[in-house]
Design a protein around this ligand. Structure first.
Ligand code: G6P
Length: 607
């Protein structure tokens, strides 16, 4: 979604404003802009399309200033035009604002302001904010900010620059994330950590309804009541290199390749004395023994991880698990009570529907355990317990390593709950631990097949439709494999439970239709074989994914890719990595940029 940068210090503001926006490009955007205060004038430059268009314009301007704000916009209200891009100015040119989120009551505010003679130049919801600042300004900027924020409904992160004060930026946060970083005699503001990673590792996370006043020498934070509060800086452990391509052509490929390491970092610290160790959270064995129902709630790939989790927890621990899409869950009036455990999964920890579901479940008294990648994010902070995925920063829009690490936490949880409930004996327990510890090696084996997968991808350069089929855990993996392919390569792709094909979808199979058949589940192998024959009989081109059972299939299909033979419960991990590579290489073959798929955003902070 949109990205925000802000700077006040001794350097040229435009340098960081642009550099920071570059580092937020991965979030998805369709226009951009910056505004600096030169002498007593707000100077704004904006461009439609790629950030390089803005860089072209700014490189022709001197823009000499030590204070400014920047923004990449992902259009919601109004097309991606120069007029609609941020920063937006007040009618008198004294306030400039960048905004992430949506102002839900902007229509009422706009008509109130129009009645008072204000003339709007954009179609955005955001423009009401600088106009309100002008309207509320009676000589004190902070009072104007407070009055304006009090009139806004919805989700927002704002940074405000004014001609009335060349020594301060004002930052406000409600639901949309915003951070401030302190350097030497300078303060950085950004909507996400990667923007400021090369400059400082000491950051302040703004919390709900807080206002920060950023100066060269310090940051002052006020709470909702306007009282100054002391805030401890938070130290980021991520390495700058982790947010750079490091020689890879795309972030996505780099992140796929990082997966053996990310799995190790997520799993190994949580296995002690041959037992899953969750002492970092309050989920005691006694609590776990008494859980009767679990909900898993998430969006996108995190939801797919939740489906894998449901399969694993139900199979191993025999506890009933319901996995729900957060955008549905929050409005379906779900029956939840204080005895339920609600697991919230989110890479960013900021997804608006997921956060709303968390708050709903919390209100009903359920215990909230979240699985989150970004430390200190809103979902992490509002949960009773957090199990962090240690995937490091994920830049490519299409998640790979964060998803894989979410699955690992669920693998560990399934073992933990099953053990506490006495559902697995000691030899099964040993086999499961061995299985999960072997995953980094097995994923490395799959990564070695990159060239083979790349060659295969060449055959699908012109493919327009694909079906992913599987049964059991393979079906859960098919959902993620299919999403990966469609979101970056624009191939229309559907995931189907293989047994369900005959109830409609098989009518779409014709000569040459691509079918990716996931056939690693040994117990369901024969059934899969029948389904593969059914689509073959109708002319499909079948790529089968197998695990130690390739021979039986090789003659039946067009192409066969194998993953190492593994503990069946965890075969989804290596299988998913293989499908990520396939999606990546098909996308490259088609000439698209896998890191920046059209219309998509990394972190979806609006409904
Ligand atoms: C966006 C991303 C997906 C991600 C989903 C949920 O759609 O493009 O990759 O799975 O949001 O995001 P979260 O941060 O909550 O995991």
């Amino acid at each position: 979604m949109c990205g925000i940068t802000g700077y006040i210090g001794n350097k040229e503001a435009k340098e960081f404003l642009i550099e920071g926006l570059k580092r937020l490009e991965y979030r998805g955007y369709d226009s951009s802009g910056i505004c600096v205060l030169e002498e007593k004038t707000l100077k704004t430059l904006k461009a439609k399309g790629k950030l390089s268009n803005l860089i072209d314009i700014t490189s022709k301007e001197t823009l000499s200033s030590n204070i400014g704000i920047g923004h990449t916009r992902w259009a919601t209200h109004g097309a991606p035009t120069v007029e609609n891009s941020h920063p937006h100015l007040s009618a008198d040119g004294n306030f400039a604002v960048v905004h992430n989120g949506i102002i839900e009551n902007y229509r009422e505010l706009k008509s109130m302001l129009e009645d008072k003679g204000f003339k709007f130049v954009s179609q955005t919801d955001t423009e009401v904010i600088p106009f309100l600042l002008q309207y509320n300004y009676k000589g004190n900027i902070l009072d104007a900010v407070k009055a304006t924020v009090g009139m806004l409904k919805g989700a927002f992160a704002l940074v405000i620059l004014s001609t009335y004060d060349n020594g301060r930026l004002y930052a406000v946060r409600k639901d949309s994330p915003l951070i401030l970083g302190r350097g030497e005699k300078e303060t950085y503001i950004a909507s996400d950590i990667p923007a400021i990673l090369p400059y400082t590792k000491e950051i302040y996370l703004l919390e709900q309804d807080e206002i920060a006043i950023a100066e060269k020498e310090k940051v002052t934070v006020l709470n909702k009541e306007g009282k100054e509060i002391s805030k401890e800086p938070f130290s980021i452990t991520w390495d700058v290199k982790a947010a750079e391509k490091d020689g890879y052509e795309h972030f996505m490929l780099k992140e796929i390749m990082e997966q053996p390491n990310a799995i190790e970092k997520t799993v190994l610290p949580r296995i002690n004395n041959e037992k899953v160790d969750f002492s970092e959270i309050s989920l005691t064995e006694e609590y776990v023994r008494n859980i009767s129902r679990i909900f898993i709630v998430a969006c996108g790939s995190a939801y797919h991880a939740g489906i894998v989790g449901r399969n694993l927890i139900e199979a191993m621990a025999r506890v009933s698990v319901q996995t729900e899409l957060a955008s549905e869950f929050r409005y379906m009036n779900p029956i939840i009570n204080k005895d339920d455990l609600v697991i919230i999964i989110s890479q960013s920890g900021e997804t608006s529907d997921t956060l709303a579901s968390l708050r709903y479940a919390k209100e009903k008294g359920a215990k909230i355990l979240s699985i989150v990648n970004v430390k200190g994010s809103t979902i992490a902070r509002e949960s009773d317990d957090v199990l962090y995925t240690n995937a490091g920063p994920e830049i490519a829009v299409a998640t790979t390593k964060a998803y894989i690490c979410q699955v690992q936490v669920l693998n560990l949880l399934a073992i933990y709950i099953a053990t506490a409930k006495g559902m697995i004996n000691s030899s099964e327990h040993t086999a499961l631990l061995h299985g999960i510890k072997s995953l980094p090696r097995e994923v490395s084996e799959v990564l070695k097949k990159s060239d083979e997968i790349k060659q295969l991808a060449k055959k699908f350069k012109y493919t327009e439709n694909a079906f992913f089929i599987g049964r059991g855990l393979d079906y859960a993996v098919a959902l993620e494999g299919s999403l990966k392919l469609k979101e970056i390569s624009y191939v229309h792709s559907e995931a189907y439970a293989a047994g369900e094909l005959k109830h409609g979808t098989i009518s779409l199979i014709e000569e040459g239709t691509l079918v990716i058949a996931l056939a690693t589940c040994k117990t369901l192998f024969d059934k899969m074989l029948s389904n593969i024959k059914e689509v073959k009989a109708r002319g499909a081109t079948v790529v089968a994914i197998v695990s130690g059972n390739g021979e039986a299939l090789e003659k039946e299909v067009d192409f066969c890719l194998s993953i190492p033979e593994t503990c069946e419960m965890f075969s989804g991990t290596a299988e998913t990595v293989l499908l990520q590579l396939l999606a990546y290489y098909i996308t490259c073959e088609k000439g698209y940029d896998p890191d920046k798929p059209r219309n998509l955003a990394k972190s979806v902070t609006v409904e």
